[in-house]
Design a protein around this ligand. Sequence first.
Ligand code: GLA
Length: 399
Amino acid sequence: MSAAANTAPETILRATSLLADLTGSAPEGIWSAPGRVNLIGEHTDYNDGFVLPFAIPHRTAAAVARRDDDRIRVASTFADEPVEVALDELGTLFPTPTGSSPRVPEWAAYPLGVAWALREAGADGFGVDIALASDVPVGAGLSSSAAIEGATASALNELWDAGLDRTALARIGRRAENEAVGAPTGIMDQMASMLGEPDAAIFLDCRSLDAVPVPVGVVDAGLAILVIDTRVSHSHATGGYRERRASCERGAELMGVPSLRDVSVDDLPRAAEIMDDVTFRRVRHIVTENQRVLDTVRTLRERGARAIGDLLVASHASMRDDFEISVPELDTAVESALAAGAIGARMTGGGFGGAAIALIEADAEARVSDAVRAAFAASGFAEPTVFTVVPSAGAGRDA
Ligand code: GLA
């Protein structure tokens, strides 16, 4: 794994101190992985479609020490108690039966799930202590979970000499998320966290897993990307996310195709005839969103970031009206940012809470942020957390 990581020194220090509290010793190494923002392409990943996420500067660090037995212990600055099991026991803990909670505290199912999935993939290694610290906001839809998975997978891949490449490690992370945590998500977040590059979004074909970096050029164009964390927290293990996924599967079945990737905008009139209105609108979101990802990639290449505003706005409208995964706070974030002059804005991530992004002129940051905060206050919503991000490096070794 390359050493491109650039984790905040404070986050590394917190991981290292936690490991020292646990073991009394220094780490053998420190690995980290970032959260992500999705520029466009929502809920298309599990439909074999296209997405365009980028890694953000916020990262999770894993400080890791070798043990002289065959046990694995994980600790997190977010949890009071570490969780320790024998490596051989991982196979009795996971997979978590569908619909039930993991047999370990949920936070521990991410790193332990990664260790389990690596062993399932043939990796065999010694016992380890892993201490996790993170500056990725939790529950904000910025993939704090993919950051834990990416940091843990990168560490164990190297220490256990598993030799997996970044795409394979992203698959390991998704397997942990799906089968250990029990959240039926796609692979976008893990791929973004593993493959992120400075100043580029990752154009990912979720069927082939071909990933191409597409320069975003935000800074050169005098622009910035604002994240508006609504602080409405969401979970993808239950409820709406699972339901949307089921609707997409039903839509694909009715259209007689393996996945909605195989339905084009021209097929939509036929889809409208053969399915109920709700299923049709779910399908229409996926089909038009796939097209918007392709249009965004082309527009970025031909005309630059300043020209993608309308695509972001259309994506938000589709999620709000057709896929119905927005919430009033996300709509307020998008509308108030646009009213204050943002070039484009949309909710990002799985929805039902979390964050929105706005593409703005770099010198308008204070004005747009203030306008969004004022709109939240006027609606009686809790104050959002607003900050800028730049596309950043993926998982790596820090020390
Ligand atoms: C969550 C999931 C991803 C993806 C997005 C929606 O972030 O983890 O796999 O489905 O929602 O685009």
